[in-house]
Design a binder for this molecule. Sequence first.
Ligand SMILES: [Fe+2]
Length: 386
Amino acid sequence: MKTYLISLFCLLSGYAIAQDVKITHGPYLQKVGEHEATVVWTTDNYAVSWVELAPAGNESFYFKERPQYYQTKDGNRVVTKLHKITIQGLEPGTEYRYRIFSKAVMVEQLMYGHIASSNVFKQQPLRFTTLDSGKPEISFVVFNDIHGRIDDLKALSNNVKYGTTDLVIFNGDMIDDIQDEQQFFSAFMDESVKLFASEIPVFYARGNHETRGFFSQYFSDYFPSNSGKLYYAFQHGPVHFLVLDGGEDKPDSDIEYFGLAQFDAYRSEQQEWLKKELQSESFRTAPYKVVIIHIPPEDSDWHGALDLYKKFLPLLNNAGITVMFCGHLHRYLYIEPKAGLHDFPILINDANTLLEVNATQSEMSVKRKDVSGKKLNELTYHSVKK
Ligand SMILES: [Fe+2]
């Protein structure tokens, strides 16, 4: 009633109070492919948002009016606090510059307020590069089991050359549980934005801890993928990535899940998707086939791992997988191929080490490094002859 009276006063007096808006988290890149990219950020108030795009280079952003991209639904521009703007029609392996804007909307009166943006006056535009399956060499890094330890995320990042890193993979359990949006961002995502996520695409394999807490049901809203699911595939350079979601580790009926878990059925759904994905031309012809999954389907007698073992390994066996990257155990373990079970190695990364991967046409090297930057292991794989 109070808002209504103030609004009525404003309308009658011809005086409008402009609604304020601030960008609270992000922007970060998601769903970057060869022809598209999605920019995600949040605002403290309802807003309609857009991304302005310019080619790479030194030409001023103000050289001409730049195309604006909006989030739309059924023909309307979306008024929201979680902004996900997909830019389509991009060229593979091409760098672009971008800026973001959010214009406040007073939803009760459908009036516009202030505009918030990336720092368009003082900061250089942000940049990203689309994926390119024809790129001869790529580099990427893998984090897992950070569990909100921002200091370790920073320390591990200290030795990463983000300028030459094509993409970052979060292989699960970046957080303990997800209670609300603020806690979710402050646990690791705000720091990731500061370090790399505004300019380097992040690909997320959900861990079992990201399934926990009230806000976990909204997790996929913040990390859109090219399949619309938390399991998906993509290719960059010579590497084809299969990103799988292991779900929870205990039986669905466990007291810890409060009767809300249904991961057996979810893993069966993925099994069907995986059967089709393994038949795809891009998977079959890729020089390296890398599986990313948080829970190792090995070395455990817990139900989640056993269900993965039963549903995924028979499909992946004989599919030419180069290596599978896992986390979850909080210790390093390298499991060599086992005849009849999995004909590829499983690399389980520790909770406080990082994987740095470089793949060329002839060789893929994986370096495992600790928080001081010291190399602990180095593994080399060779491409599948086509
Ligand atoms: Fe885990």
